[in-house]
Design a protein around this ligand. Sequence first.
Ligand code: ATP
Ligand code: MG
Length: 617
Amino acid sequence: MRMSRLFVSTLRENPANAEVVSHQLLVRAGYIRQLTSGIYSYMPLMWRVLQKVAQIVREEMNRAGAQELMMPIWQPAELWQESGRWDVYGKELVRLQDRHERDMVLAPTHEEVITSLARSEIKSYRQLPVNLYQIQNKYRDERRPRFGLLRGREFIMKDAYSFHASQSCLEQEYRVMADAYRRIFERCGLDTKMVRSDSGAIGGSVSHEFMVLTGAEDGDQQSGENDVFHCDHCDYAANGNRAEARLMDGLTDGQEQFPTEQDVETPGADSIESLSKHLHCSPSLICKALLYIGDEKSPFLLLLRGDVEAEETKVLNVSGAHEVRMATAEEVAQYTGSVKGFVGVGQCGLSITAESATTHAASLAVNGHTLPVYCDSSVANLKHFVIAYNKPGWHRVGFNWDEPTQVFLQQHALDLRLARVGDGCPNCEPGRLQKTRGIEVGNIFQLGTKYSEKMGARFSAEDGTEQPFIMGCYGIGVSRVAASAIERFHDKAGIVWPPSIAPYQAVVVVVNTEDDTQMRLAVQMYEVLKEKGIETVLDDRNERAGVKFKDADLIGYPIRITVGKKAGDGLVEIKRRYEDKATDVPDNQVVSVVRSLLQTWHAPAFSGTVPVTVGVG
Ligand code: ATP
Ligand code: MG
């Protein structure tokens, strides 16, 4: 490709709305153009990158025995009603109507369609197992489309679905997919960490995410959207929305400080900080209560020790709501008759009902309402502690749980808190948790029979009975992989593509296009490289050399071949994108030198070594 013909325009300035490096560079280097929020055109350079990622994914999926197909994106609502997701998916699901006013969706994922296919096509265990995948656009009306291709509303995904007659067969396929994923990301030049994850809306029990770790250097934007906690001792690693943590300090008994239970006046002490100051006690001696609202209508309380924070996804999952948020001051008044900072269960105490064992919720009768109360395990061992009781300006100290509550807490307290750096590893004794940021580029789920049961997708098993399919599903964000590679590999001047997914391998820059010798040699190099299968761009534009070098760096071609003054001696300069110094190479050795430079590629990751440890706070 000649640069003078390439459909690309580079920009000198970062776009105003681009917060992260990959978004900035993709726009500046002319890879993407935004149509509307979260929706982009992939320009020719970008499309080459995306096709390379897709091809790597395809080759490894095929190698692992999966078969590619292509399913419709435009789907009838009935299927989604069958699975129940029409009601639970929320606003992320793009809903529309056809000309007959029939409800339709644009697919955010394909469990429904694939399950209906299996239902009609697979009759017998003899047709199992099977793993089917596709690579196509997905549609999600994300609440916060941002970060360019990292979180779009239209994006490219590889989604695969496997069907099995037994759990052990599913587990075997799960391992095969995990291996395929490792190879895929490695071939894309990315080192990833496989971490336990929360299954979220897709459901199922066991699931893992593949994270590109992006712990950042000073001053660099942290583009990882997820916190990843990992143990400094064993190989435990989990997404922040799932990570469990052992509390390290045993300081939960205030016997010495508050030997007797009594009410104390605490005017204005409406935060843990001000309350602990006021009472001269540790935050870990306080039981805090947070009022949440589920789906804009269902209030519930959360109890946590004063020194820990709630983890939103965990709270969401336990509440059974689709969305949760903290209550406003008005709602706090409405449901508790109190004010923020003074909500608590410290007077009438918790009631434990017959349902509590199944819902894991106690309840509190207050101000004419009965609120479900979910308790984090951090409050289970509190003794002689501090608690509010819905009376503004007052707290109770030296409080203890009554017997039934104590029993309930031992059995039904939940994990609702955010893990912290330095907390104990849930898996090993000496281990402490460390934290880094990560971008989820793929995930694998053991779905089990969640969809097949709901949609009546069954096969006849070896023993003659009708059984629901046991399913797995496996996703990779193809466009997100490309953007993650930039987050990982870039410098001040631009993108440093891993060669395997670069749009072109090399650029030949002619210093002076008006010099015939230079131009002739450059064209010759360009033709030879192309002929030998090395994808090359010839920068033949009548621009200053400096401009061309800048663009080459910004676009991120792995190899730069400069044809300048030494052209008369048959010499060109060659360097890798991440190197400062170029070497003179005779024209007849260019192909072999380029090949060996590509083979020994070892770009430094911009964000330092992996894993990166981020300090507290
Ligand atoms: P996330 O937690 O980031 O929203 P998800 O759990 O919704 O991801 P899946 O539904 O499992 O993701 O989709 C599979 C893969 O598709 C993800 O691992 C991610 O790489 C990619 N992906 C998901 N949502 C987006 C998006 N809005 N833009 C780009 N890629 C996405
Ligand atoms: Mg999502």
